[in-house]
Design a protein around this ligand. Structure first.
Ligand code: FES
Ligand SMILES: [Fe+2]
Length: 419
């Protein structure tokens, strides 16, 4: 890796920044055979909404691989390599059949597992179809999302059922994917960066505008059996608000609610969304996953403020959102050697180390996928009452940190956030 770009020690000295360091290839590259690509392929990844599979094939690009997804007339879902093994025509132009998909060019027919069912132009004694398969990946449909397993066939893990998939009184719904035109890691790092809430999301005109930067909390990060959490803890009077957000290896996050901090509530609020950052390739990422809404309440629709590139450029410049902050990092591919990480970046550093360990473990054939189903997750928020402030601001910050760590330690011990 290139040398780290130094801070400059003089004004008007940009000339001295001559080097353009390379990206961190181990974490950033996702194509077949790359270390991170192989790691991500060891987990089930959501690739498309079930609703998007209609009477036409759906072309997809996932981790640098061109694929076609479809639902045949029996209802079986297929995820095949895009290009026909005969002479390479794209199966996005194929005909969905009773069983599988038929290439438009010479009519070869492929079943959802890649079996070549028919090769109509070949002599009747041709053994092609008995011997050869087209490339296919296993899929699993869950609550409106189609997941794929793109790793080594003998290493396929059980499909993980997170405890947040079935919360009493809540409905789980697949959310339409949004396209983020940057590397997957810089999207994911945001999920362990509570500090940006206090700045980006307090800009006048933005979704979470509040002028009270004093309401800033204590931030901390802890490892969990499935990844890590950040804890954002704030005080108001004798009440302490604890927000715990999950990062679940390798590319999943769950945020608890972040509005209405000190509402009079003592109940636990589990996350409103479970989101995967699925790389399309090295410089494009799809955010896809589930929303959950309380029974009887309308589900939030659309991408949310600042969560895509749909606003005008001027509007994005005036009131930037998450999309603008994250995608613009080094033009879509972060160069870690150009950064100057600071105190609020502890979570980002922990996360990178954790992913790097996972990548290396996968390289040694030792990756651990998720625990037994249902998989315990820890994201939630709650307000704890009756906590008088400590004697000094410094002691109070210490007190908040202790409360926060206790909340997470107990949740890990119990296997869920305690009621
Ligand atoms: S290219 Fe597909 S059948 Fe010939
Ligand atoms: Fe954000």
């Amino acid at each position: 890796m290139s040398q780290r770009a130094p801070f400059l020690h003089a004004g008007y000295a940009a000339y001295h920044h001559r080097e353009r360091p390379a990206e961190d290839a181990e974490l950033a590259h996702v194509g077949p055979g790359t270390p991170c690509g192989e790691y991500l392929r060891r987990f089930w990844q959501p690739v498309v909404l079930l609703d998007e599979l209609c009477d036409l094939p759906r072309r997809l690009r996932i981790m640098g691989e061109d694929l076609v997804a479809f639902r045949d007339k029996r209802g079986a879902i297929g995820l095949l390599e895009l290009h026909c093994p005969h002479r390479g025509t794209s199966l996005e132009f194929g005909l969905i059949s009773e069983s599988g998909i038929r290439c438009c060019y010479h009519g070869w027919l492929f079943d959802v597992d890649g079996t070549i069912l028919e090769t109509p132009g070949e002599p009747p004694d041709s053994t092609l179809k008995g011997r050869l398969f087209h490339g296919a990946y296993p899929v699993h449909e869950h609550r409106g999302l189609v997941f794929a397993y793109m790793g080594p066939p003998d290493k396929q893990p059980e499909f993980p059922i997170f405890d947040t998939f079935d919360l009493p009184g809540h409905r789980l719904m697949a959310r339409s994917p949004t396209l983020w035109e940057c590397n997957w890691l810089q999207v994911k790092e945001n999920s362990m960066d509570p500090a940006h809430l206090a700045f980006l999301h307090t800009l006048p005109g933005s979704d979470g505008f509040t002028q009270d930067l004093k309401a800033l909390g204590e931030w901390d990060w802890m490892e969990t059996p499935i990844g890590m959490v950040y804890i954002d803890t704030r005080r108001q009077g004798n009440q302490v608000w604890v927000r715990v957000a999950d990062f679940i290896l390798p590319n999943i996050h769950q945020f608890p609610p972040n509005a209405d901090p000190m509402a009079q509530r003592n109940s636990i609020n589990r996350p409103q969304a479970t989101t995967w950052a699925v790389p399309i390739d090295d410089t494009q990422t799809m955010q896809i996953g589930y929303y959950r809404a309380p029974e009887g309440k309308e589900m939030r629709r659309g991408a949310g403020f600042g969560q895509d590139a749909s606003r005008s450029y001027e509007e994005r410049q005036r009131v930037p959102g998450d999309y603008d902050a994250q995608v613009s990092i080094h033009n879509g591919m972060a160069r870690h050697a150009l950064e100057h990480l600071a105190a609020t970046d502890r979570g980002v550093i922990m996360m990178r180390n954790m992913i790097r360990r996972g990548i290396r473990a996968a390289g040694n054939g030792e990756v651990s996928t998720h625990n037994r189903n249902p998989v315990s997750t820890f994201g939630h928020d709650r307000v704890i009452s009756g906590i008088a402030p400590a004697a000094s601001p410094e002691e109070d910050r210490q007190l908040l940190r202790e409360i926060a760590r206790k909340v997470v330690t107990e949740a890990i011990r119990n296997g869920h956030p305690a009621a």
